[in-house]
Design a protein around this ligand. Structure first.
Ligand code: NDP
Length: 344
């Protein structure tokens, strides 16, 4: 039997690809889910396990319940903590985003410590923990964001999802420092795209692409920049972080950064006029007016629209050893799958 790894969030968009990769490598993969009876959330993993060298175990645990990861972590040599709510559709950010991210990290990493067997923790953070508003780059006189930077401009009121990732990652570093019996490696993906192994995820990755394809921005794209990375590369990065002895610290992942109009251009290049895509940028002044329709306020527009983003990804390439999939391929696979599944 292969060495055991506990994976939180293994039923989700990114987590499912990580579980697939681990099973193919022959590990025993202990996936934690909130409700074991809800088999619809993880039956795709059971199917993947059938043809693999590894072994899948499903354990029940909740980020919000202290001690609930202890049993699953016992006997594992590593933990991959991927679970955290990734949604921009929330009512109470404190309860829905911040508490599960922060308390969840505490609970999962405490279980790693108490296990006595875990030697490595791989944490899925985000570039949202590296930078906040894209104007921050200009304000700080930076040419690009690197692993040295932490997002300082998000808060519980402004971009609470980003804030939840900052709090969770900082807590993880604090816990590593004080416990010392496991090593922490952090993965900071930018916006993740590519096909999904699960039909039940709430991940914003799928929602964002659906909005673009369904014409939400057809009158004009907000001039916002993002980093983009393939979901399969994100999974590889997690496995490299687990296996590569040189892996240490944080790792920004992005194949490239681009704005929404450039993204629309890639989709148009692949699929012609099949989707109602934006053909121009929306003027910033108009964005102040229509921003609320897209869930953003005037402050967000002022500090993000029109400010390019640059991310330094050399550490992921040169030390972690990650090779990136061209984002055109990621987008093609994702859009084709969404079309086949009649999502768009
Ligand atoms: P998904 O929504 O697909 O996955 C989130 C996972 O977290 C699900 O498995 C979900 O389980 C689990 N989860 C949420 N709340 C709880 C809880 N209270 N207790 C136990 N499990 C819980 O999103 P992604 O795969 O996109 O995101 C995974 C991770 O990657 C997150 O940490 C996110 O912040 C990070 N990330 C994502 C990016 C992206 O572009 N997608 C970019 C950068 C980072 P359930 O199925 O039960 O809901």
């Amino acid at each position: 039997m292969g060495k055991a790894v506990m994976v939180t969030g293994g039923s989700g968009y990114i987590g499912s690809w990580v579980v697939k990769g681990l099973l193919e490598k022959g590990y025993t993969v202990r996936v934690t889910v909130r409700d074991r009876k809800n088999t619809g959330k993880y039956e795709h993993l059971t199917d993947l396990a059938k043809g693999s060298q590894g072994r899948l175990e499903i354990w029940e645990a909740d980020l919000l319940k202290e001690g609930s990861f202890d049993k699953a972590a016992r006997g594992c040599f590593a933990v991959m903590h991927i679970a955290s709510p990734f949604t921009l559709r929330f009512k109470d950010p404190q309860k829905e985003l911040i508490e599960p991210a922060l308390n969840g990290t505490r609970n999962v990493l405490s279980a790693a410590t108490r296990s006595g067997t875990v030697r490595k923790v791989v944490l899925t953070s985000s570039v949202a923990a590296v930078h906040g508003d894209t104007i921050d780059m200009k304000e700080k006189g930076l040419k690009e964001f690197t692993e040295e930077h932490f997002n300082y401009s998000s808060s519980a009121k402004r971009q609470p999802y980003s804030f939840s990732k900052v709090l969770a990652e900082k807590e993880a570093w604090k816990m590593e420092e004080s416990r010392k019996n496991w090593k922490l490696v952090v993965i900071n993906p930018s916006f993740v795209v590519g096909p999904s192994l699960t039909g039940t995820t709430d991940s914003e990755s799928l929602n964002f692409m659906k909005n673009i394809l369904q014409g939400k921005f057809k009158m004009g794209a907000p001039e916002l920049w993002f980093g983009f990375v393939d979901v399969r590369d994100v999974a590889n990065a997690h496995i490299l972080a687990l296996e590569n002895p040189k892996a240490a610290g944080r790792h920004i992942l992005a194949e490239r950064t681009m704005n929404m109009l450039e993204l629309a251009g890639i989709i148009r290049g692949l699929f012609g006029d099949k989707y109602k895509l934006p053909a121009k940028n929306s003027p910033k002044l108009l964005m102040y007016l229509i921003g609320p329709m897209f869930g953003v306020n005037a402050r967000f527009v002022r500090r993000n629209v029109g400010y390019p983003l640059k991310l330094n990804t050399s550490k992921s390439r040169n030390i972690l050893g990650l090779t990136y999939t061209h984002i055109e391929k990621s987008i093609e696979d994702m859009v084709k799958q969404m079309h086949e599944m009649e999502i768009v």
